[in-house]
Design a protein around this ligand. Structure first.
Ligand code: SAM
Length: 296
């Protein structure tokens, strides 16, 4: 008899993975952790019954949350990753030889241990890289207290439940801004607009209170079901306005190992939004100011 892993993310809709073999199942201080060999996507990591990543399609998410902001920035040397216990983001970031130090703050040490043991195809040797500083703790407390400053902050957060709720608060993003060097970029996963439209609107509204520029770009991650996944960004300059020749040139110079999703064409294509997604975004700050002047 076939056993299925059922994930009910949205009311009235669920997805199922065939479970070939359960490799790990346990309960940490924060959540239920499960790794299983699936029928179609290789090994799957689930936390509290929600798929976090799979060997079969993790490359889309992890490549797009790292290479796009790194190459848009052009001189990233220090990176902060909040969450990201599976090590997938860390592994992609470290592909850039120009990056000198990466701090990863993950609240649940159990996720890191499970990833090291069962998900080496996702994290590689990233946890033992000498540029990695691993902190087991709350990302919100880290950005509140640290004296470190970063060129890039990647918020690899799950949905807003449990300890991750703080990773959706204004106080957290105010403190993220505090730890960012001038010109630094912040990126975060923001769910699937087809099912989570208001969450995207709320994220951009929040970013607009803190940064001069923000927006979203898209990628399709098969196991984050229901179409495009949105990745939001914030910065004190417009990262969509970088000369494409610069990004192509930076990409050539980075000499990254073979990637499976990101390339400089996708970099710019990802900012093109279908109308229903564009309508979810509040007007940019500059547009709002102009509109306010007109009505005076
Ligand atoms: N790609 C993912 C998804 O499906 O949304 C997110 C993956 S990653 C495994 C998310 C991690 O964030 C989890 O390991 C979780 O323990 C961690 N996390 C949750 N709240 C956190 C917090 N306040 N500080 C640091 N890490 C946190």
């Amino acid at each position: 008899m076939t056993t299925w892993f059922n994930e009910t993310l949205y009311k009235g809709f669920r997805q199922s993975h065939e479970i070939k073999k359960v490799l790990f199942e346990g309960k940490s201080k924060y959540q239920k952790v499960k790794v299983f060999e699936s029928g179609r996507f290789g090994r799957v990591l689930a936390l509290d019954g929600v798929v976090q990543c799979t060997e079969g399609d993790e490359f889309v998410y992890h490549e797009m949350l790292t290479h796009l902001p790194i190459l848009a920035h052009g001189n990233v040397q220090s990176v902060l990753i909040v969450g990201g216990g599976d090590g997938g983001i860390l592994e992609e970031v470290l592909k850039h030889k120009s990056i000198k130090r990466v701090t990863m703050v993950e609240i649940d040490g159990a996720v890191i241990e499970v990833a090291k043991k069962y998900l080496p195809k996702i994290c590689g040797k990233a946890f033992s890289d000498k540029r990695t500083s691993l902190v087991v703790g709350d990302g919100a407390a880290w950005v509140r207290d640290t004296a470190e400053r970063y060129d890039l902050v990647i918020v690899d957060r799950p949905d807003p439940v449990g300890p991750a709720t703080v990773l959706f608060s204004k106080a957290f993003y105010d403190n993220c801004r505090r730890v960012m060097k001038p010109g630094a970029i912040l990126v975060a996963q923001n769910g699937v607009p087809h099912m989570q439209g208001p969450e995207l609107t709320d994220a951009i509204k929040l970013f607009q209170k803190i940064w001069a520029h923000s927006g979203t770009y898209l990628a399709v991650v098969p196991t984050y079901v229901c179409g495009f996944m949105s990745m939001t960004w914030a910065c004190d300059r417009d990262i969509t306005d970088v000369d494409p020749r610069k990004v192509f040139d930076r990409f050539d110079k980075a000499m990254l190992p073979k990637l499976n999703y990101y390339n400089p064409e996708i970099h710019f294509g990802a900012f093109a939004l279908p109308n229903f997604v564009a309508r979810l975004l509040p007007a940019p700050k500059a547009q709002k100011k102009a509109a306010a002047k007109k009505t005076r």
